[in-house]
Design a protein around this ligand. Structure first.
Ligand code: ZN
Length: 442
């Protein structure tokens, strides 16, 4: 593909942002940084909001989901133009009392699987740790949150040598509890005693990084992440590879579109980045919570609260693009795909369809999206599961159980979804930004 200078800049920003977004919390922090750089103002759910037409705002929930919006000129007749995506990706989370002490002073970490990752892909990689740490605040009910990213490889999950498991290449079931414990180094008895005094190796590393006393840490949510930076692959640099492409590539495409829209609009443009999609969205910061609907109601009440029917009218005038990556046709596994609806990398954004309504897409939502693609000068494609394969679901249909909104489920096609290193196409990312921008300009 021939990329323009602005395409190249767009792709570079994507790779940089992926590298900074090492977990759900860091992804939200990266989005927040870019919103602040572009004049967005932070709101807090517990405070009174005052809004104005054309104003740019955002609020966070749990530091792991973020909702940005530009207030339209007519919130009722314009409705909400929403792009949603998710901040979380499959990973390993550290359990409390995570450290297990073995022979030779080796320390391994007791972890729990978050989401449905491809376990094999996590072996023998440099891993780092990021997440959030809670320290004492003004009172017991309001601890302070500190985000942490060690930013250097501190752990690895070594695979068992083939000599101890000759059948490893013929199918090898894995236990998270036994096989997936990362090791974080070996230490002398004196070093270990000193670390234990500080609450353990990880707590000491985290506290050192944050320049705080480890004994002030009340609790934490930390995860392991693959420490290799995102990169470009392919004979003509057509692919990019990274951890967490699902779904951060769609989150950043939505962000780029929101930041790029300059034209005035009656519609209120919303970027909704939910957490916990990978575990079913059932948290206060997930798509099954009322967090987005409550914000929409609040915006309508502030901007046009004269008639209590206005919120219903605004929702009826709204449209949601639920953006979550799709499965690209894999040349080695043709039999896994639907014979006539298998999107390819480089073929443009993908409309996802399921007869049993696992996706929110219906003919109307699909028609809207394909027309937007046409107007943006972008090709689009369709994904339907092989009829004998049960697919997953995503944000769209979960959101529409909170508010009855029209919409479409779509995403750019990727390989190896939920691998520690996924692969996608740069041109599909660029095309996604184009069609999202077109949607926000409506
Ligand atoms: Zn996803």
């Amino acid at each position: 593909m021939n990329k323009t200078n602005s395409d190249n800049a767009l792709c570079k920003r994507l790779l940089d942002s992926l590298d900074k977004s090492t977990c759900n919390f860091m992804a939200v922090a990266e989005i927040e940084t870019r919103l602040l750089e572009n004049g967005f103002i932070e709101l807090f759910q517990e405070n009174v909001w005052s809004l104005e037409c054309g104003g740019k705002y955002y609020f966070k929930k749990n530091d792991s989901s973020i909702f940005a919006f530009i207030v339209g000129d007519d919130v009722v007749s314009g409705g909400f133009h929403i792009i949603s995506a998710h901040s979380d990706s499959p990973c390993f989370k550290l359990k409390p009392n995570a450290e297990i002490y073995g022979d030779g002073g080796v320390v391994s970490l007791n972890v729990e699987k978050y989401g449905g990752g491809i376990l094999y892909t996590w072996f023998d990689r440099p891993l780092s740790i990021s997440g959030r740490v809670m320290v004492a605040g003004e009172d017991a009910l309001h601890p302070r949150t500190l985000l942490v990213d060690l930013k250097r490889p501190v752990a690895t999950i070594p695979h068992l040598a083939i000599h101890f498991n000759r059948g490893v290449n013929e199918g090898n079931p894995l236990s998270v509890q036994k096989d997936m414990k990362p090791v974080i180094g070996y230490f002398s008895p004196e070093e270990l005693a000193a670390y234990k005094e500080q609450g353990g190796v990880v707590r000491s590393l985290v506290a050192y990084h944050l320049e705080i006393d480890p004994r002030t840490i009340l609790d934490s949510e930390l995860c392991l992440y693959p420490a290799e930076p995102a990169g470009v692959v392919g004979a003509t640099e057509e692919y990019f590879q990274s951890a967490r492409i699902d779904d951060l590539s769609m989150a950043f495409a939505g962000l780029e579109a929101l930041l790029a829209t300059t034209e005035k609009s009656n519609a209120t443009r919303v970027l909704a980045i939910f957490d916990n999609e990978e575990t079913g969205s059932g948290t206060k910061q997930g798509a099954a919570s009322p967090v987005l609907r409550d914000a929409m109601e609040r915006i309508v009440k502030i901007m046009d609260g004269g008639d209590e029917q206005n919120i219903y009218r605004a929702i009826a005038n709204s449209f949601m693009i639920s953006a979550d990556n799709a499965h690209a046709w894999h040349p080695n596994y043709n039999e896994k795909y639907d014979p006539t609806n298998h999107p390819v990398i480089g073929g443009g954004p993908v409309i996802k369809i399921n007869a049993n309504c696992k996706y929110m897409t219906d003919a109307q939502g699909s028609a809207v999206f394909s027309q937007l693609c046409k107007e943006a000068g972008v090709e689009c494609q369709y994904f339907v599961n092989h009829a004998d394969v049960a697919g997953g679901s995503t944000l769209g249909n979960i959101s529409s159980s909170q508010f009855d909104i029209r919409g479409v489920d779509m995403g750019a096609a990727i390989w190896a979804m939920h691998s520690a290193r996924e692969t996608a196409g740069l041109s599909d990312y660029i095309d996604s930004v184009k069609v999202f921008t077109k949607f926000y300009e409506k």
